[in-house]
Design a protein around this ligand. Structure first.
Ligand SMILES: *Cc1c(COP(=O)(O)O)cnc(C)c1O
Length: 381
């Protein structure tokens, strides 16, 4: 079976991890710090705060921006559930903004209309979480301008988008967002096994993120209430979590990061091959804005004349491992219990009926890709 995605782990990665495993420090330590500095330098952010997952990073990003009970957070229905769950963990309410029918990311027109309506009823969001779905950047300049006009903060869910660019700036540079979150799950662009990182240019936010990932504890005398009792002493100042990344993972991340540009270039080359080979089939192909550079984490097509279920089953029977990204979050049973229903976000629901994710990963060979293409032609003809 050709999978829809998979990681590459090289000899260099294994050596880097093995070196840490036999060292004195295997939990969060110097490797994690070096990985944070390297990602921050790569994307042009002041701070990187590594965590055990992007989900954890999204959670503490919301907390760092002050999200709590009574607040509202908006995201896209076409995302992994974690983008929305992060706000619920904080006791806030979640709502969604429908997608653009061509780009499949958050529609700026829908966002603007919803903001205008919310400003009339006093229900404006505290935070909006645009998702760079497939790695394709959202219209961040417009979202940034709306955040100024309506007074909300922005967390970019860039789980798919490390290595991409918005205009000529790397995603994560934070020109139009307060915090950007990357994921290092094995299906993503680079991996640490599990892991994530929150990027920010704001010193205060970075400090809150670091504190929240480790129990809200400080060892800095200057931050303590009253006197410091000695070198062993620490104080818990807020209710944080254990969201730390291990040095074993940090070493893997550092080693993988060296191949980031190569990986994204390879993903682009494979996506270009799909574009050319599938262009005459009854499909909508994924849009890539020439002004930006996608991370191309996923290659999604929309079936225009066939049943998605039938095509999915027929291709799987031919050894092609497909996937579907994503089931609209608001249609999940848990979210229905919160009051959402089918019909709430029609562009997202129409998208879901037709969407199919094709195999795409750096070690996918052209011969394997040709197998996928041939099977598609056969099944759709
Ligand atoms: C994978 C993913 C996440 C969660 O990442 P983890 O590192 O697995 O917690 C969040 N948002 C999106 C869009 C994702 O694809």
């Amino acid at each position: 079976m050709i999978p829809y995605g998979k990681q590459e782990v090289t000899e260099d990665d294994v050596t880097a991890v093995a070196r840490v495993l036999v060292s004195d420090l295997i939990a969060q330590g110097p490797q994690v710090e070096a990985f944070e500095r390297a990602v921050a330098a790569r994307v042009g952010a002041r701070h990187g705060v590594a965590m055990n997952s992007a989900t954890s990073a999204l959670h503490v990003a919301c907390l760092a921006l002050g999200v709590g009970p009574g607040d509202i957070v908006w995201t896209s229905p076409i995302t992994f559930v974690a983008s929305a769950n992060a706000a619920l963990y904080c006791g806030a309410q979640v709502d969604f903004v429908d997608i653009d029918p061509k780009r499949w990311t958050m529609s700026v027109a829908a966002l603007e209309a919803k903001l205008e309506a919310a400003s009339q009823t006093g229900t404006l969001p505290k935070v909006v979480i645009p998702v760079h779905f497939m790695g394709e950047p959202c219209d961040m300049a417009s979202i940034g301008a709306l955040s100024q006009r309506y007074g909300f903060r922005v967390i970019e869910d860039a789980a798919h988008a490390i290595g991409g660019r918005y205009g000529n700036k790397p995603i994560g540079a934070g020109d139009h967002a307060d915090i950007t979150v990357f994921s290092f799950h094995p299906v993503k662009v680079i991996t640490t096994g599990e892991g994530g990182m929150a990027m920010t240019n704001d010193d205060t936010l970075a400090h809150r993120l670091r504190s929240l990932r480790s129990h809200g504890i400080t060892r800095e005398g200057s931050e303590m209430e009253g006197e410091c009792h000695g070198l062993w002493y620490y104080q818990q100042l807020s209710l944080g979590f254990n969201y730390r990344m291990t040095d074993i993972q940090g070493a893997l991340g550092l080693s993988q990061l060296a191949r980031l540009d190569e990986y994204v270039a390879r993903r682009h080359a494979l996506a270009d091959r799909y574009d050319a080979a599938l262009s005459r089939l009854p499909l909508d192909l994924p849009y890539r804005d020439p002004k930006h550079y996608s991370g191309v984490h996923l290659y999604v097509v929309r079936l225009k004349r066939h049943s998605r279920r039938e095509v999915y089953d027929a291709l799987r029977a031919r050894g092609i491992g497909l996937n579907v990204h994503y089931i609209p979050v608001h249609t999940q049973p848990y979210y229905r219990k919160l009051g959402f229903k089918a019909g709430d976000f029609p562009a997202s629901e129409a998208y879901y009926q037709e969407a199919l994710t094709l195999p795409l990963y750096p070690t996918l060979s052209e011969a394997e890709q040709d197998q996928v293409i041939a099977a598609f032609h056969k099944v759709l003809s």
